[in-house]
Design a protein around this ligand. Sequence first.
Ligand code: ASP
Length: 340
Amino acid sequence: MNTEKKRILMIATGGTIACKRSDGGLKPVLTSQELLAFVPDAANFCQADAVQVLNIDSTNIRPEHWLMIAGAIQEHYDDYDGFVVCHGTDTMAYTAAALSYLIQNSPKPIVITGAQKPIDLEITDAKTNLLDSLSFASCSRAHGVNIVFDGKVIAGTRGKKERTKSYNAFSSINFPYIATIQDGHVIFYLDDKEHLTAPVQFYRELDDKVALLKLIPSMDGGVLDYMAAHYDAIIIESFGVGGIPERETGDFHDAIRRCVQAGKIIVMTTQVTNEGSNMSVYEIGKNIKQQFDLLEAYDMTLEAVVTKLMWIMAQTREPQAVREMLYRTVNRDILFTGKE
Ligand code: ASP
């Protein structure tokens, strides 16, 4: 048995975990070294180094930051056994999904974590989350991109922040937890590292011309024309399993036709968090889906669809290739694609 301590690289990016109180409110100021110093027990099971890539509130995260984080992991990939990214919780689900597309088939674990309370407070979830993340990143059976938060391990494409204040802020949407961590012990529910066959693959580009339209009952279709003038892919977050409003004016219908004719990518999804879309159930979705051959998210999270489109569009705009890539499973992101 190999009892050597695992080498882990901790990458700090800011967020509440690194915040201190100031007159202007919580602000990320702690450095990566200072964060590590709060979890001395980690030295019992791993040898951790720390680098600072950013120190921002994750409200300010942008696709170029995802490329920086993935770039830091790629640069040090051969030198470490696992990676822990400390990140703000607000956009953590987007970053975890983006990293899932930028770094595929990684046999080494890449963990994203953060906290609801700063690590320098007496009562905080930060120390447990960081220690759990280092434990999971040191686990030989762990692989790929995952969120570790509040004792749960969530596939990087399945996380969603569902609570703004509680410690159990993140849920795994339409997918089971990968593992739980109790008192530093990892209990796997999905233990499948031996199924990894392809080598790790890094991608270096994202295309951010992706927009989201959340439907409300008063909306008119003109907003789609506006979005199409500025973006190349539009995700329409519809109601229930999915449909497009039919009005006497036919405004949405006509706007979708114009978008499709202009070569825009339209992906239908749902405002309902759990169980996903299926446009083929109701007449109000099925007709328009068939007429324009619309794509849909099915059981993918919004965060996964947004970042997957950015990854796809950096490689192709060819409609059949976009369809094939959107429906191909990456890091457990999609199970159902409408085929029974
Ligand atoms: N606003 C903070 C951030 O996302 C919230 C947090 O980290 O919990 O950076």
